[in-house]
Write a protein that binds this ligand. Structure first.
Ligand code: 5GP
Length: 123
């Protein structure tokens, strides 16, 4: 079944500039901003600007240029936060998909958690 994208989701509104965000980094095809309810000392969301619901949707339908941009943007966020192993002590990337993954916002986002020891992820 094809994905249907709800353009009234909160990240679509952020991309349209209808609600504010604390931007960490912006590229041609990606936007990174601080999570409104941080679950770690540093908690950034990285989203593609295109209308993709989940990671698998993005991987299947995004252009090569979007995939390269998004992949590099996530790494650039880690460098900007100073948490790579060259500059810091690490980070965690996570994406939730669908009801079983407890995805709240139906626009692909990768969480970047960092800023302290994150402990073991149980699930
Ligand atoms: P999910 O559960 O879908 O993986 O994560 C959604 C994330 O979006 C949550 O961490 C939540 O705090 C964040 N979030 C929800 N609404 C807003 C908002 O309006 N602005 C920002 N910056 N983050 C939001």
């Amino acid at each position: 079944m094809p994905y249907s994208y709800d353009d009234q989701n909160i990240f679509a509104k952020i991309l349209r500039g209808e609600i504010p965000n604390k931007t960490v980094l912006e590229t041609e095809h990606s936007l990174a901003f601080e999570d409104i309810n941080p679950q770690a000392p540093q908690h950034v969301l990285v989203i593609p600007k295109g209308h993709y619901v989940t990671y698998d949707h993005f991987a299947a339908e995004a252009t090569d240029a979007e995939i390269v941009d998004y992949t590099r943007a996530i790494g650039a966020v880690c460098r900007k936060l100073g948490v790579t192993l060259e500059d810091g002590t690490g980070y965690r990337l996570l994406t939730n998909a669908g009801p079983d993954g407890h995805q709240e916002v139906p626009h692909l986002h990768i969480h970047v958690f960092a800023g302290g020891f994150l402990g073991r992820m149980i699930k």
